[in-house]
Ligand binder design. Structure first.
Ligand code: AMP
Length: 566
């Protein structure tokens, strides 16, 4: 067999990697575009008077002040500094301030509660935690205080200010009451205690290969593991995404995806700032209306989201009233995009160049991506091809590379592969093999042109009566049903076939109810009999992780209990 027939590709090597730290890169860009918009934060409640804006010069000033404040507080190179907050401007500032002093930023999922917070604080020996104001959904301040009491390494809490609002939402910023508690303003106010030269001295000791960020994998099952990423990992990955999107300083990137995940802080902040683009934050959490409003109000040229976010935006009753014609591009990632949704994003949201990115936290995150000029089919059926300076291959369970077109496990190798899981060498060795390949646990196949098609996750694959069934194929098919807005297919245990299929369906507003028989009727003659779902579950929503990943394992568990299949 010739090499060309195997599922192994390398991306372009025409662009060399950036061999600089995030701090150096940001300072260079800020000096080049001082007066251009860098960051625009829409008001938490949409009030126009509460919008906050930074040019690159202003943002660089605030990043410097925060970095010096951290130095004054005694934060050393390699210390872990956590940020536990929904999206806000300070998130961006602390990201760049920690990078400037070589502290390792720990992204803490804003949906975490006490138990999970304390788990991650202890797991990496976090020393300082920047804490969001409490809001209706989360008592961040109270839970952070509990962690301060329980976790010996944690020495300081930094309370973020409440966002300006003109009404509606209520926030309660932490008020320092005890040693170890301070405010963001007080931390930044300590900048004057250290000279600017201290920052330069620290910067001179940092190297691109240093760890700079820990992200706990959103894994839909199991204990979170701390993927540890370096400047080289995430700066280059963000930069490469921006290059492939054709970013220039004219671009304005609307980021409704969370910063605590790579999608926000790498594909968002690092891709944008390394090209001099402005970033636009529509709000703290995702709201479809706020995302479109931000595009309209601030002239967004690029919009990000997981498919369910685009589905929600397109479903807004007043969708047609938003001016979206400044958009030209964007990124869709995180899970597979139904063809019909992609078509509407291109046609109705003007995102002609929208790209699909595929990857995982452990690969910084993007390892494959579609390219400008790719056909609609490539952008709807595949996740693009291997990113520049990376390699992809598909292997069978023995580890052998499979032929083109065959399904197997997708593996990634190159600069973007994480340094490892924090303090878990055994888990790292399970994920990254001796040759440096990261094993994704995703099932994929590679076509003749090197484009990859994701067939599902290894654990999502359903085996019914000995036939391998990839839920994605059935989901794509059911999306074409006129009454179906969203659908997820899962496997549930069955005494006869081992597993049976269940289609979990969200109906379009006003659509008539669907029974299992209706769905079967729709499938008959068009899908192989073993792919026809036996069960149908009509629901209002799917359980999701904050980054928009559907918790299929939880749905399966629920279904088992409900149907008494245990
Ligand atoms: P996370 O580490 O939270 O970013 O999750 C990574 C996982 O998300 C991958 O292993 C895939 O299963 C899934 N994923 C990411 N991007 C895509 C995509 N474009 N299409 C399908 N699945 C994706």
């Amino acid at each position: 067999m010739t090499q060309a027939a195997l599922s192994h590709t390398a991306g372009e090597t025409t662009t060399s990697l950036l061999e600089e730290t995030i701090g150096t890169n940001f300072a260079r860009i800020a000096a080049r575009f001082p007066d251009r918009d860098a960051l625009i934060e829409a008001a938490a409640d949409g009030g126009a008077d509460a919008v906050r804006r930074w040019t690159f010069a202003e943002l660089a000033h605030d990043v410097d002040a925060a970095a010096r404040g951290l130095l004054a507080a005694g934060v050393e190179q390699g210390d872990r500094v956590g940020i536990w907050s929904p999206n806000c401007a300070e998130w961006t500032i602390i990201q760049y301030a920690t990078a400037a002093i070589g502290a390792i930023l720990v992204n803490v999922n804003p949906a975490y509660r006490s138990h999970e917070l304390q788990f991650v604080v202890k797991q990496n020996g976090m020393r300082m935690l920047v804490v969001a104001p409490s809001d209706r959904a989360s008592e961040y301040v109270r839970m952070a205080r509990e962690a301060l009491a329980e976790c010996p390494d944690l020495r300081e809490l930094v309370f973020l200010p409440a966002p300006h609002t003109t009404g509606g939402a209520t926030f309660e910023a932490g008020v320092p009451e005890a040693p170890g508690e301070t405010t963001w303003e007080a931390l930044v106010g300590r900048a004057g205690e250290v000279p600017a030269s201290a920052l330069e001295e620290r910067a001179a000791t940092l190297a691109p290969g240093d760890a700079i960020n820990i992200q706990y994998t959103s894994g839909t099952t199991g204990f979170p593991k701390g993927a540890t990423l370096t400047h080289r990992n995430i700066l280059n990955n963000g930069y490469a995404v921006g290059e492939l999107l054709g970013y220039t300083e004219e671009d304005r990137v609307v980021i409704p995806v969370p910063f605590y995940h790579c999608f926000g802080m790498v594909i968002g902040n690092l891709a944008a700032f390394s090209h001099g683009c402005a970033t636009i934050l529509p709000g703290r959490g995702f709201s479809p209306a706020a995302a479109l409003q931000a595009v309209q109000d601030f002239g967004g040229t690029s919009l990000y989201g997981v498919p369910t976010m685009f589905i929600a935006e397109l479903a807004l009753p007043d969708f047609a009233s938003y001016r979206l014609d400044t958009l030209r591009t964007g990124v869709m990632a995180g899970s597979l995009c139904p063809v019909e949704v992609m078509k509407r994003v291109i046609a109705d949201m003007h995102m002609e160049d929208v790209a699909i990115c595929y990857g995982m936290t452990e690969t910084s995150p993007v390892s494959t991506m579609t390219r400008e000029g790719d056909t609609l089919a490539q952008r709807t059926e595949t996740v693009g091809r291997t990113m520049p300076n990376l390699e992809s291959k598909i292997v069978d369970p023995t580890g052998a590379t499979v032929e083109r077109g065959a399904i197997g496990e997708l593996c990634t190798r190159g600069y973007a592969v994480m340094a490892g899981y924090w303090d878990q060498p055994d888990k790292t060795a399970e994920a990254i093999d001796a040759d440096g390949w990261m094993h994704t646990r995703d099932l994929a196949r590679m076509d003749a042109d090197g484009y990859l098609v994701i067939e599902g996750r290894i654990k999502d694959m359903v085996i019914r009566g000995g036939e391998n069934v990839y839920p994605r194929e059935i989901e794509e098919f059911l999306y074409q049903h006129p009454s179906i807005q969203d659908v997820q297919v899962i496997g549930v245990p069955d005494p006869k076939y081992g597993e049976e299929l269940m289609a979990c369906i969200i109906l379009k507003p006003g659509a008539p109810a669907l029974t299992a028989e209706d769905v079967a009727e729709y499938c008959r003659g068009r899908l192989a009999h073993y792919k026809i779902p036996r069960y149908v579950d009509i629901r209002d929503s799917f359980p999701m992780t904050v980054s928009g990943k559907i918790r299929k394992v939880e749905m399966r568990q629920e279904a088992i209990e409900r149907l008494g299949l245990g």
